[in-house]
Write a protein that binds this ligand. Structure first.
Ligand code: GLA
Length: 398
C-alpha cells in the first residue's frame, strides 16, 4: 500500500516536472592575466568545483518568474514582452534578464513563459564570478527550453553581451569563457583578441586557496569602468604612433615607455603590457615543466603591478598577499578578478593545510579586526546542461 502511494506520488512528480530542464555553471578563479581580456590579451583561468545550479520549468503565457534563496530579494517576476531592469535587492535578476534579452534579440529564447530557480554553493562577492555563472546557467536552461543549441563560443558571447548591454559592466570574456571551457585539473587559456580557447595541464601536487576579505567589490559601481576607459585612452594615444596596434595588450614595452601620455594612463598601460608578458612566460613555463616556485613568482609580480600600476588593489589585499608570499608552501599569491575588494588567490603545494590557512587568517584578523573566509578549490569541468531528474551526485550528462 505504502509503496503504491510512493509510486503514485513519483508519477505525479514526474508529471509536474514534465518539460523541466537543468544546468550547472561553475565559478572561476582568475589565475593570471588581470584586466587583459577587454584589452585583447591572453588570460589564464580555472573553473572550480562550486557554482550555480539552475532548474527551469516552462509556463503557459508570457510571464517569467526568477527565484533564488541564495540572493537577497529572492523572488522576481514579470512579463517577457516588457522586460524591465531590476534594482536594489532584485539586482541579481539582471544577470538572468540580460541573458533573456540577448536570446530574444537573437531569436533563441523560448516562445512561452518559464520559471527559473537558482541555487549556489559559491561564496558570493568573493571574486569567483558568481555573476558569469548565473548567466551561463540561465542561458543553458533557456536554450534547452527553446530547443536551441549554440556552440560554447557563442554561449560565452551571449553571456558577455548580457553583462555589457543589460548589466552595464564593460567586461571581457575571461569569466564566461573560463566557466564554459573549464576542464578537470586544467587551466583555461583564452586568447581574447582571437577568441581562441585551449587548456593547459597544471603541475601535479598543487592546490588553489581563496582568501576572501569580505570587502564587497560591486564591479558595476567600482572603478572597473574607469579603468576600462583609461586603457582605451592609452590605446588611442599609442595608435597615433602605430595605427597597426589593435589592442593595448599588443603594444611592445619599449613603444609604451617612449610614448608620451598622462601618468595614470601610462601606469594602467604598463600593467596590461607587462601582465601580457607574465602570462606568456607562465604558459611557456608550464609547457616546459618550469618549477611551480619559479612560475608562482609571476603571480606575486602580477599582484604588485595591480597594487602599484593598475591601482585596483586595497591595503587589505596587499597585506594578505604579503603574508601568503612569506609561506614556504605557497608558490604565488595575487588578487583574483576585477579587484577593489574581493579575494586573494594563493597557489600552493598540496601539503598546504587548513591549519596553515587558519594561521594566515588569524594574522589578518589581528591587523584588520575581522577574519577572511578561506576555501580550497579544485580545477573542474565547465558549464553544461543536466538531466533534472537525476539525484545529486549522479552524473549522466545530456
Ligand atoms: C572581472 C571581469 C573580467 C575581467 C576581470 C579582470 O572579473 O568580469 O571580464 O576583466 O575582472 O581581469
Amino acid at each position: 500500500m505504502e509503496e503504491n502511494s510512493i509510486h503514485e506520488s513519483h508519477k505525479d512528480y514526474l508529471e509536474f516536472m514534465k518539460g523541466a530542464v537543468a544546468s550547472f555553471a561553475p565559478g572561476r578563479i582568475e589565475f593570471l592575466g588581470n584586466h587583459l581580456d577587454y584589452n585583447g590579451g591572453t588570460v589564464l583561468g580555472t573553473a572550480i568545483n562550486a557554482g550555480i545550479y539552475a532548474l527551469a520549468l516552462p509556463m503557459e503565457g508570457t510571464d517569467f518568474r526568477l527565484f533564488s534563496e541564495s540572493f537577497e530579494g529572492a523572488d522576481i517576476s514579470g512579463s517577457i514582452p516588457s522586460l524591465e531592469k531590476q534594482s536594489g535587492k532584485h539586482s541579481w535578476g539582471n544577470y538572468c534578464l540580460g541573458v533573456l534579452r540577448v536570446l530574444l534579440d537573437k531569436g533563441l529564447a523560448p516562445n512561452h513563459g518559464f520559471s527559473l530557480t537558482l541555487t549556489t554553493d559559491l561564496p558570493m562577492s568573493a571574486g569567483l564570478s558568481s555573476s558569469a555563472a548565473v548567466e551561463l546557467a540561465t542561458a543553458q536552461c533557456l536554450l534547452q527550453l527553446a530547443n536551441q543549441q549554440v556552440s560554447k563560443k557563442e554561449l560565452v558571447n551571449i553571456c558577455r553581451q548580457a553583462e555589457n548591454k543589460w548589466v552595464g559592466l564593460p567586461c571581457g570574456i575571461l569569466d564566461q569563457g573560463t566557466s564554459a571551457f573549464g576542464e578537470k585539473d586544467k587551466v583555461v587559456r583564452i586568447d581574447c583578441a582571437k577568441e581562441e580557447y585551449s587548456t593547459l595541464s597544471l603541475p601535479l601536487h598543487t592546490s588553489f586557496w581563496i582568501f576572501d576579505t569580505g570587502i564587497k567589490h560591486d564591479l558595476v559601481d567600482s572603478q572597473y569602468g574607469t579603468r576600462n576607459q583609461e586603457c582605451m585612452d592609452a590605446l588611442n594615444i599609442i595608435q597615433n604612433s602605430d595605427p597597426s596596434i589593435q589592442f593595448l595588450a599588443e603594444c611592445p614595452g619599449p613603444l609604451l615607455e617612449e610614448t608620451e601620455m598622462p601618468g595614470n594612463l601610462k601606469k594602467r598601460a604598463r600593467h596590461v603590457v607587462e601582465e601580457q608578458n607574465r602570462v606568456s612566460l607562465f604558459s611557456d613555463g608550464l609547457q616546459k615543466g618550469t618549477s611551480p616556485a619559479e612560475l608562482g613568482s609571476l603571480l606575486t609580480a602580477s599582484h604588485k603591478s595591480s597594487s602599484v600600476n593598475f591601482e585596483n588593489s586595497l591595503p587589505e589585499l596587499d597585506f594578505l598577499v604579503d603574508c601568503l608570499s612569506s609561506e614556504e608552501k605557497i608558490f604565488g599569491a595575487r588578487l583574483t578578478g576585477g579587484g577593489f575588494g574581493g579575494a586573494v588567490l594563493a597557489w600552493t603545494a598540496n601539503t598546504f593545510s587548513e591549519k596553515e590557512a587558519l594561521s594566515i587568517a588569524e594574522e589578518y584578523q589581528k591587523k584588520w579586526g575581522n577574519s577572511p573566509n578561506f576555501h580550497s578549490f579544485k580545477p573542474s569541468k565547465g558549464a553544461g546542461p543536466h538531466d533534472p531528474l537525476l539525484k545529486p551526485g549522479e552524473s549522466k550528462e545530456i
